[in-house]
Design a protein around this ligand. Structure first.
Ligand SMILES: NC(=O)c1ccc[n+]([C@@H]2O[C@H](COP(=O)([O-])OP(=O)(O)OC[C@H]3O[C@@H](n4cnc5c(N)ncnc54)[C@H](O)[C@@H]3O)[C@@H](O)[C@H]2O)c1
Ligand SMILES: [Zn+2]
Length: 357
């Protein structure tokens, strides 16, 4: 399935298909880019999927340099970016060359940042291998490294020229990692598309069983929803806030538990439940709308009960969120499944009640 992302001169295609990693070269060739490519990955991902991508690029006529970065979040540092710039220079990479990111969101963010900054920007391609990266991080052009004091603080917008999503790669994901990615798909349904949410409800068992037919259809559906939002708000001015559903409280739960207790997706699942409850408390959503969100998350094996954290500590973390404006925190609420409303005047007591209920 080919999903267009219409951004004028920065438009690109998301190709979603099982087995697509073996066809990256075919997708890339028509773009008329230079002959040099750098494939950025971590050692574990390269062992699993590197050969098929490198062979596909070589067959399509590209000369390929392979570059390994650390696994996970440690890749997103200035020291690693600097090593990458050095490697690009040594490989003779120029403005016509292409940097490809093969891996999870961390490899994508780091390689995207390197591609955005080297020679003021070279071609960039996303080859995401986690659910989170496939339906979220690889689409939209946000790239970043971390500052020792804040995640994602140093970065830029740099749209990819192409995104190739191979849903078969989820076969090797650890169970917790896999389910965590599903939380972002639920998020898309809750605030953007009731029909998509229905489909997830009907397909929950197949999704949990990683049935590739269902996984491919629903990952493609989620990519399309994210692409529509990015098309309307490329630079994260207003509408893109909708993608923060479940994240205002989710991020605060992660921070309040020092990023130890829940994965990002688990915290987002809990955030969705609490923000759904908040919408109900504010008279914005029915009890049934809340119950359906919780039930779907539960059916996907995600946590839905916030236990063992002090609501006051979570509230304090919400107030430190970088999205807070003049001390007021914008919340995205789902008045009904598939719709959203942005509110900025939520009272502390209502947030505490939603967390504690
Ligand atoms: N740019 C954006 O718009 C955006 C959006 C959301 C998240 N992010 C970023 O994404 C990052 C999180 O990404 P993530 O959840 O993909 O985790 P990750 O990139 O940290 O990867 C987690 C682990 O999974 C492994 N892995 C990846 N694919 C695998 C596969 N198919 N099989 C087995 N193991 C595999 C990796 O080697 C790594 O050890 C964070 O840094 C976050 O800030 C960016
Ligand atoms: Zn998220």
């Amino acid at each position: 399935m080919l999903i267009p992302v219409d951004l004028g001169s920065r438009s690109y295609t998301i190709a979603v298909e099982c087995g697509a990693l073996a066809m990256v070269g075919d997708h890339l060739r028509p773009l008329g880019l230079g002959g040099k490519a750098v494939l950025v990955s971590d050692a574990a991902i390269r062992r699993l999927y590197g050969t098929r991508v490198a062979e596909s690029l070589t067959t399509a006529g590209f000369s390929v340099t392979e570059l390994d970065v650390p696994e996970g979040e440690p890749a997103k540092s200035l020291a690693v970016a600097e090593r990458c710039w050095d490697a690009l220079l040594s490989a003779g990479i120029d403005r016509t060359s292409t940097v490809l990111a093969l891996g999870g969101g961390a490899v994508g963010d780091l390689a995207g940042f390197v591609a955005a900054t080297y020679m003021r920007g070279v071609n960039f391609v996303q080859l995401p291998t986690t659910v989170l990266a496939q339906v979220d991080a690889s689409i939209g052009g946000k790239t970043a490294i971390d500052h020792p004091r804040a995640k994602n603080l140093i970065g830029s917008f740099h749209q990819p020229r192409l995104v190739v999503v191979d849903p078969a790669t989820i076969g090797s994901l650890p169970e917790r990692e896999y389910r965590s990615g599903l939380a972002e798909m639920v998020k898309h349904g809750c605030v953007l598309d009731a029909g998509y949410f229905d489909d997830m409800e009907r397909s929950a068992a197949a999704l949990l069983g990683r049935d590739l037919g269902h996984v491919e259809r629903l990952i493609a559906g989620s990519c399309r929803l994210k692409a529509r939002v990015v098309e309307q708000d490329e630079r994260d001015a207003e509408l893109r806030n909708v993608l923060n559903y479940g994240h205002t409280i989710g991020h605060a739960l992660e921070a309040a538990s020092e990023y130890q207790r829940w994965t990002h997706g688990e915290a987002v699942a809990l955030g969705i439940v609490a923000e759904a409850r908040l919408a109900h408390r504010l008279g914005e959503a029915t009890a049934d709308t809340v119950a359906r969100q919780r039930a779907l998350l539960e059916a996907l094996g995600l946590p839905t009960r916030i236990e063992g954290v002090d609501p006051a500590v979570v509230l304090a973390a919400i107030k430190r969120d970088k999205k807070a404006r003049d001390g007021r925190i914008p919340f995205v609420l789902a008045p009904e499944i598939g719709r959203f409303r942005l509110v900025t005047d939520v009272k502390d007591d209502d947030v505490l009640a939603a967390l504690g209920a």
